[in-house]
Write a protein that binds this ligand. Structure first.
Ligand SMILES: NC(=O)c1ccc[n+]([C@@H]2O[C@H](COP(=O)([O-])OP(=O)(O)OC[C@H]3O[C@@H](n4cnc5c(N)ncnc54)[C@H](OP(=O)(O)O)[C@@H]3O)[C@@H](O)[C@H]2O)c1
Length: 259
């Protein structure tokens, strides 16, 4: 098995600390597991304690080092408190994954300021504030990885993109701004772009078999995404192997975006 030391050299996250927002569900949970099983000590951040505790218990079953912080990322104080609680566990993070997100989908004409504000707070402002909190330290230490989860709707409008599409478009711009600022110091900043992934976020849509089949047919692979489809891309972007990849949007979508 001579290939294993080489794979470790490329992709191992041993000794790294990761903070994963939205790490208790769907894509974030799969990424938290992937980073932890690749060697990182992982802190998952979300609101619901039962889901957080279940995630950490599952990671512990895999022999991983993991902990959780319950916080509401829809307020600036909530984000700041989450960051401080997270660093208390394993120290300052080397890897930040922003997967916490909401998609409220009212028709554009009915889109009120409340939905706009909450969407921007969770999907865009929390990643910005966490980046401001952790990015400079990563740059000072000479290594960092910031990974945001965006959306097809960052690139095109469909199924009532509304405030959600705006927040995800801006999040891709945020990744580029962060990449510009911190890449010279070893901190890469990228986004993973899902297609349609079967997670609780899409529970309503997922209950309509015709729509699910129609979405699957729009991919090249011929199926909709699963949370675990993000494991490999997340480990790559979190690892030393991706040192020369920054400011990029990487589509993990079965070919949906190019079909
Ligand atoms: N599923 C898809 O098809 C799809 C497609 C494109 C993009 N995405 C993006 O991928 C990311 C993950 O989505 P998912 O499908 O995995 O969704 P999910 O299963 O609904 O998970 C969302 C996570 O965010 C957390 N969260 C939501 N609001 C929060 C808040 N105010 N404070 C703290 N945590 C909060 C949730 O935990 P609590 O509720 O306990 O707080 C949960 O852990 C999102 O950014 C989403 O926009 C998903």
């Amino acid at each position: 098995m001579t290939s294993h030391p080489y794979l470790s050299e490329l992709f191992s996250l041993d000794g790294r600390v990761a903070v994963v927002t939205g790490g208790s569900s769907g894509i974030g949970r799969a990424i938290a597991e992937a980073l932890a099983r690749a060697g990182a000590s992982v802190v998952v951040v979300a609101r619901k304690e039962a889901e957080l505790a279940a995630t950490v218990a599952e990671l512990a079953d895999h022999g991983c080092r993991a902990a959780w912080v319950s916080a509401d990322l829809s307020t600036r104080d909530g984000v700041r408190a989450a960051a401080e609680k997270a660093v208390e566990v394993f120290g300052e993070p080397d890897i930040l994954v922003n997967s916490a997100g909401i998609n409220l989908r009212p028709p554009m004409g009915d889109l009120g300021e409340d939905v706009w504000d909450t969407t921007m707070a969770v999907n865009l402002e929390a990643p910005y504030l966490l980046g401001q909190r952790f990015g400079p330290g990563m740059a000072e230490r000479g290594f960092g990885r910031i990974i945001h989860i965006t959306s097809q709707q960052a690139h095109r409008a469909f199924v009532q993109s509304g405030a959600y599409g705006v927040s995800k478009g801006a999040l891709e711009s945020l990744a580029r701004s962060q990449a510009e600022a911190w890449s010279p110091y070893g901190v890469t900043c990228n986004t993973l772009v899902p297609g349609f992934v079967m997670t609780p976020l899409n529970a309503r849509l997922a209950s309509d078999p015709e729509k699910v089949a129609a979405l699957a047919a729009r991919t090249m692979v011929g199926r909709n995404g699963l949370a675990e489809d993000f494991a490999g891309a997340a480990v790559f972007l979190a690892s030393g192997a991706s040192a020369y990849v920054t400011g990029q949007a990487i589509f993990v979508d079965g070919g949906l975006s190019v079909h």
